[in-house]
Structure formats: structure tokens, C-alpha cells
Design a protein around this ligand. Structure first.
Ligand code: DGL
Length: 288
């Protein structure tokens, strides 16, 4: 193991902020935690205003700005926008205002899809907001080169409530998945991007419907890998020896989040705090 660079400990030991509209970003937090177990996480789930997937781009941008300004006010060293809808609508604005590096989930997922496809026929599934934004389509065309890639996008709005209700194994989920995914099967995609934070929970079902020849891309894993490179490039990797303490915060009552969230995070989450992010834009971040 290499030594910690002298003088970098203060900034490097600050937490990584992870933001989602609700629970789903915990799949991204889990991927970060597994890849970088020394990093402390400050998670914010905007449970009072979820879902973002059916809201207008302006509303999602406004909510996202408040959320990340809250994270800045808590002294995070980097932010992961662990929500595909927020990344699709707001990443450019968040980056333009950010005092720290900001990683989204769309470019990371698109890069992995571009690397994995052989037939250049790629499927994307996500919320209506993510699909309507065309963000994955744009990112893939940019990476693979215009007309060389065929992108088939399919909104799957019922997947989020199925996951949140713990019904991923219910026969209804299999019926809905078959209905949503049939057009992508007909288009013979060889890669399918799980372009929503909740979908990794349904990955076994989606894989079964799509068949073994289709590669599933989990944008959570790809975003964690991108965060690792970004922290290294900025000299912000944590060198702590002891296990970090994570904080989980939400904008509505924390009870349900704590009980369902551990299924997403894959580990016990401890206490979940309720915080208020409205007004964070006008207060300004503490550490700028
Ligand atoms: N987190 C959202 C996403 O990845 C899904 C849930 C929502 O609609 O807010 O797009």
C-alpha cells in the first residue's frame, strides 16, 4: 500500500456526499462502500419530494440544487449524484456551481455500455424523466460515434414502486418486466443499461427476461469506479485506518427509509436523520 500524501489528510477525510431522490441511491452508496471501504459517506435522500422520475426538468433541477447545497454545507469533499433523473436534468448546473468534484451516473453507465456492446444495439431502461431527457442516448452517440450506435430506450415507471414495496420477487413483477422489456428483446439489443437506481435490485429478473446473451450494465458500479478515479486525481482518497462512520439523512420521516434502505445498502444503516434542505441555496455552503 502506498503512503498518504503529506498534508492531504484534512480534506481527504471529509465524507463523500451521495444524493438521490429517495432510497434508490443506496445501491450507488453500496457500490462505493464496497469499492472504497475507507470512505465515509453522507447520504441524502429527498424522500419528501420523491419521485423525481415523473417531475419536470425545472423541478428536478431546483430540488437537486437544494440537495447538493445541503451536502456542501456539511463539508463533503465530493458529490455523487446517485439518481439518473437528477443527473440527466441537473448535472451540468450542479457542476457549474460546485466547489468540489461532482460525479453523475449517466456518463459512467454509457461508457460501460459503449465498451460492452458488440452489435452496437444498446437498450436503456429508466424513469420517464431520464428516457425523455435523451441523456443516455446523447452520451452513447458521443462515445460510439453518431449513427454507428442504435439506442432503444424504454421507460419502466412501475419498476420503482415494485422495488420500494418489496415486490421484486412477486409474479406481478415478472409480468410487468416481460411487458416492458419485450420491445427491447425484439430490437435484439446486446447490452441493456439499468438507467435507474432501483433497477439493480431487479437485475436477476431483468436478466432472466432478456436472456443470457444480453449484458446488463449497472450504472451504480460504474459511478463508483468513476468516483475512485476522480478522488485519486484530486488527491482526495481517504487514508484512514479505522472504519468510517456513515451518515444517512432524508427530508421526510426516517422510519420507512431505515427499514427498507438496508435492503438497498446491503448492510445495517444505523440511525437515519431527518434534515431540511429548503433554504440551503440562500444560506450558501459553509466550506466554500
Ligand atoms: N432515483 C431515481 C432515478 O434513478 C428513481 C426514483 C425517482 O423517480 O425518483 O432515476
Amino acid at each position: 500500500m502506498t503512503e498518504a500524501p503529506a498534508g492531504s489528510l484534512d480534506a481527504a477525510d471529509r465524507p463523500v456526499g451521495v444524493f438521490d431522490s429517495g432510497l434508490g441511491g443506496l445501491t450507488v452508496a453500496r457500490a462505493i462502500f464496497r469499492r472504497m471501504p475507507r470512505e465515509a459517506l453522507l447520504y441524502f435522500g429527498d424522500t419528501a419530494r420523491v419521485p423525481y422520475g415523473s417531475k419536470s426538468p425545472d423541478a428536478v433541477r431546483h430540488f437537486s440544487r437544494e440537495a447538493v447545497h445541503y451536502l456542501y454545507s456539511q463539508g463533503v469533499k465530493a458529490v455523487v449524484v446517485a439518481c439518473n433523473t437528477a443527473t440527466a436534468h441537473a448535472l451540468h448546473v450542479l457542476r457549474a456551481e460546485a466547489p468540489v468534484p461532482v460525479v453523475g451516473v449517466v456518463a459512467a453507465g454509457a461508457r460501460a455500455a459503449a465498451a460492452a456492446t458488440r452489435s452496437r444495439r444498446v437498450g436503456i431502461i429508466g424513469t420517464a424523466g431520464t428516457i425523455d431527457s435523451g441523456a443516455y442516448d446523447l452520451a452513447l452517440r458521443h462515445l460510439v460515434g453518431g449513427e454507428a450506435v442504435k439506442v432503444y430506450a424504454q421507460p419502466c415507471p412501475l419498476f420503482v414502486p415494485l422495488v420500494e414495496e418489496g415486490l421484486g420477487d412477486h409474479p406481478a413483477a415478472a409480468l410487468i418486466a416481460a411487458e416492458y422489456l419485450q420491445p427491447l428483446k425484439e430490437m435484439a439489443v446486446d447490452v441493456l443499461v439499468l438507467g435507474c437506481t432501483h433497477y439493480p435490485i431487479l437485475a436477476p429478473l431483468i436478466a432472466e427476461v432478456m436472456g443470457p446473451e444480453v449484458i446488463l450494465v449497472d450504472s451504480a458500479e460504474e459511478a463508483a469506479a468513476e468516483l475512485e478515479s476522480v478522488l485519486a486525481a484530486h488527491g482526495l482518497q481517504s487514508w484512514r485506518v479505522e472504519s468510517p462512520t456513515h451518515r444517512f439523512t432524508v427530508s421526510d420521516l426516517p422510519i420507512r427509509f431505515g427499514s427498507i434502505g438496508s435492503r438497498f445498502f446491503g448492510d445495517s444503516m444505523g440511525r437515519v436523520e431527518q434534515v431540511h434542505v429548503e433554504g440551503c441555496l440562500s444560506e450558501g455552503p459553509a466550506l466554500w
